[in-house]
Design a protein around this ligand. Structure first.
Ligand SMILES: Nc1nc2c(c(=O)[nH]1)N[C@H]1C(S)=C(S)[C@@H](COP(=O)(O)OP(=O)(O)OC[C@H]3O[C@@H](n4cnc5c(=O)[nH]c(N)nc54)[C@H](O)[C@@H]3O)O[C@H]1N2
Ligand SMILES: Nc1nc2c(c(=O)[nH]1)N[C@H]1C(S)=C(S)[C@@H](COP(=O)(O)OP(=O)(O)OC[C@H]3O[C@@H](n4cnc5c(=O)[nH]c(N)nc54)[C@H](O)[C@@H]3O)O[C@H]1N2
Ligand code: SF4
Ligand SMILES: [Mo]
Length: 721
């Protein structure tokens, strides 16, 4: 008898957490579609839908493997889970005993829903060197800037209308939320809220999907965002357009900010950003007067060596205009009854561990880095020089060879680790460098809880089918490794017990939550104007030292950092390195999310390759003509670090001096180094600094390059020397 079932679940093929209806027939998934009753309103994208090809892919990892040849040689032997897990935990215990906990590192790439497990494992080891993937070039700089100024981790754009008002002015600043759905923000809510917005200001060096809907597009020179924000603040303050009541009552250091932006006239901002001053003035006036307003801030702001200040400068715009906690502005949401599930790692007594967590690589220099995190560029440099205290890496997903600056240097550094174990769904280029490889389940094969980043809801990920071979869920793998290394912090016998524990504050069990599908605090349950209540501070106020929004940050001052936002010229540019720009005359911008890829993922799926078969570099038609390049030609893009090839996409939506290279394109079908050296943008980026003084970010978005056509007899890629 045919049995058809429809199961509700949550897609985690990116950060979006879209509600999904999964149809199975006789135990086989036959159809996926968006769940109209979920907060993502029934929408799904190509990445999520292509999960059908992902779970059935013939190259999925089925069994734990152990390296039998030389590192990277590709010779493997199937082993049991017990052998794999015992080897990993024996190695960890050995290195901890011999060198101390900082010799062991456990890391992951972008936030893939198991962040809390990675963080708990790091803390239970007690290492200061956990997680050195991409946080410092993604999201943490923005989170830390919120912390420096507001005293809490984040304000989110209130595109929900729960307080009775939608944003009248939306700024999309270095953000493609409509594509990226980053960190639990929902592109669909943003797009729907635009019908209520009178103004949409897009700040982007490129024309994007939403530029055509913009009332104002500020085509900025890459890497100069702080200068634009300071110029806008200059206009708002000089013209008296700021929210006097909010500024007087709820901010600290307005006079010092006024002093800082005095010289940042629109003319000066124009010179730096290449945006006509009239547009800067117009944007400032609109944002200050057409309220409420909100600003979507994107990752390119973080991937710069003044990332923390980029955040401060933009957040100051929110504070001086009073766009904080009022309906339709920027709001900090409260969690549902479960509390934020990140408590799962925070509950491990940080105070006891603090000293060690703060002893990680780079932490003494970049003191706003999260304790327990190490700085990737420093780690990799020390590894290359044979001076690194880290001996062992357990990596759960993510891939430094695609995500971190200067791929060839990354590779050389990783080679010097004594022991590497990687958990992935496929034999990634990082797995190829490992000693042990663990096969991981896809979210359709997994039971877990999705902790949505804005923290106002959690959702159930419900297993629809069994994983292939002996692949196991992330939660199971973490529990099994945790139990072996630090059993006192991993006392649960089963994953279900561990999930029950995470739901304890809501007084529900996993088996009931599975049915419920979601626990949320939305609509009328979300209070606004929390600074006027006791929520953050008894008697009202913000959770900062002064109880106010600190435009002049007392925390930064105490730490010896500049307490005010500042602008710094990109490390490579016509102005900072004029000599270099003669040889490399174009601005190299890497990244800009592609709707159907997630970093290095999904280029191995036929449906996705139908949408885009080759990596593309956007070149202005005039620039292409000067170089004899036509649409569809293979082009070398070369920086002082190396060169890669991509296919020319002639695009009038960028400045003729700017070239936009697609990031993270993985040639899954190629063998060996060709996979990560042929077209990977980070072969071009610079790991040598400068780094952001507070959080250690590196510049991935505003470097220099040259371009020329690929000749028939050119090699596919330049090897690592
Ligand atoms: N489909 C898909 N979705 C994703 C991801 C993915 O790989 N694919 N990755 C996820 C992750 S980890 C993250 S962090 C988010 C990131 O998502 P977003 O924050 O939206 O980042 P991007 O799309 O890379 O860049 C946003 C826009 O900034 C512009 N930009 C580039 N440089 C600059 C600059 O210097 N200044 C300004 N003002 N704009 C600039 C780009 O042209 C682009 O249009 O997306 C997440 N979602
Ligand atoms: N030049 C440039 N560099 C960038 C960026 C950019 O825009 N430009 N973006 C930066 C940003 S914001 C980020 S966050 C990083 C992203 O960097 P990473 O997160 O390191 O991303 P990938 O390199 O694509 O790693 C993806 C790997 O994780 C595996 N994987 C996927 N899902 C799972 C899972 O559920 N479990 C396990 N165990 N493995 C899984 C995939 O199979 C794949 O091998 O890159 C950063 N680097
Ligand atoms: S946006 Fe992200 S979460 Fe939503 S369907 Fe696409 S991949 Fe899945
Ligand atoms: Mo990211």
């Amino acid at each position: 008898m045919q049995s058809t079932q429809v199961l509700k679940s949550t897609c985690v093929s990116c950060h979006g957490g879209c509600g999904v209806l999964v149809t199975t027939e006789n135990g086989v998934i036959t159809y996926l579609e968006g769940d109209p009753d979920s907060p993502t309103k029934g929408t799904m994208c190509a990445k999520g839908l292509a999960s059908l090809q992902n779970i059935n892919h013939t190259n999925r990892l089925h069994y734990p493997l152990k390296r039998v040849g030389k590192r990277g040689e590709g010779k493997w032997e199937r082993i049991s889970w017990d052998e794999a897990l015992d080897t990993i935990s024996d190695k960890a215990r050995h290195y901890i005993k011999k060198y101390g906990p900082n010799a062991v590192s456990n890391s992951q790439g972008t936030g893939r829903g198991y962040v809390r497990y990675t963080a708990r494992l790091g803390k239970s080891i007690g290492t200061g060197n956990a997680n050195w993937g991409s946080a410092h070039i993604c999201f943490f700089p923005r989170l830390q800037a919120f912390f420096s100024m507001f005293g809490f981790p984040r304000l989110y754009c209130d595109y929900h209308g729960w307080g009775g008002e939608f944003p009248k002015t939306q700024i999309s600043w270095a953000k493609q939320i409509e594509i990226s759905n980053a960190d639990g923000e929902m592109g669909v809510w943003f797009l729907d809220s635009l019908k209520h917005a009178e103004n949409l200001i897009v700040i982007d060096p490129r024309a994007t999907a939403i530029t055509s809907r913009a009332t104002l597009w500020l085509q900025i020179r890459p890497g100069t965002d702080a200068a634009l924000a300071l110029g806008m603040l200059n206009v708002i303050i000089n013209e008296g357009l700021y929210d006097k009541e909010f500024v007087d009552k709820w901010t600290h250091g307005f006079d010092k900010l006024t002093e800082r932006v005095r010289d940042f006239t629109p003319a000066k901002a124009e010179e730096i950003t290449w945006i006509p001053k009239e547009k800067i003035i117009e944007a400032a006036r609109i944002f200050a007067t057409q309220k409420p307003g909100c600003i979507q801030m994107g990752e390119p702001l973080d991937a710069m060596h003044n990332s923390h200040s980029n955040g401060l400068a933009i957040m100051a715009l929110l504070a001086v205009t009073g766009n904080v906690e009022r309906p339709g502005s920027m709001v900090s949401w409260l969690p549902p009854e479960s509390g934020p599930l990140e408590d799962f790692h925070m509950e491990i007594n940080e105070n006891v561990l603090r000293e060690n967590l703060e002893s990680g690589i780079g932490h003494q220099e970049y003191r706003l880095m999260t304790p327990g995190f190490a700085n990737a560029e420093k780690v990799l440099k020390q590894l290359r020089e044979g001076k690194c205290p880290i001996k062992m890496l357990y990596q759960h997903g993510g891939n430094f060879l695609f995500s971190n600056a200067n791929t060839k240097n990354v590779y050389k550094g990783l080679l010097n680790l004594e022991f590497i174990a990687v958990a992935d769904q496929y034999m990634s280029t990082l797995c190829e460098m490992a000693d042990i490889v663990l096969p991981v389940a896809h979210w359709l094969e997994d039971d877990d809880i999705w902790d949505f980043h804005p923290r106002f809801l959690i959702r159930a990920i419900n297993k629809a089918v069994d994983p292939p071979g002996e692949a196991r869920s992330s939660a199971w793998i973490y529990l099994e490794i945790g139990k072996r290394i630090a059993p006192e912090y991993w006392p649960w016998k089963t994953v279900e017990e561990m999930l029950d524990y995470q739901l304890r504050k809501a007084k529900i069990k996993w088996k009931d939550f599975k049915e419920m599908g979601m626990l949320a605090r939305m609509g009328e349950d979300q209070p606004y104007y929390k600074y006027k209540t006791d929520i953050w501070r008894k008697g009202g106020g913000f959770p900062t030292k002064t109880g106010k929004v600190e435009l002049y940050s007392t925390m930064l001052e105490e730490m010896g950092y500049d307490p005010l936002p500042y602008y710094e010229e990109p490390s490579e540019s016509y102005y900072s390195t004029p000599e270099l720009s003669k040889e490399y005359p174009l601005i190299l911008n890497t990244g800009g999310r592609i709707p159907y890829h997630f970093h290095s993922q999904y280029t191995n799926l036929p449906w996705i390759r139908e949408l885009q078969n080759y990596p593309r570099v956007q070149i202005h038609p005039d620039t292409a003509r000067q170089h004899g390049i036509k649409e569809g030609d293979w082009v070398w893009i070369e920086s002082p670090r190396g060169r890669i090839r991509q296919v020319a996409n002639l695009f009038g939506g960028i400045d003729p001096r700017v070239v936009v290279v697609q990031a993270s394109f993985c040639y899954w079908e190629k063998e060996g180094h060709a996979r990560f050296l042929t077209s990977n943008a980070n072969v071009l980026t610079d790991d040598a600094g400068p780094y952001d003084p507070a959080v250690g970010s590196v510049n991935l978005r505003a470097l220099l390059c040259k371009i020329y056509k690929v000749k028939d007899d050119d090699p596919l890629y330049d090897p690592i020397e």
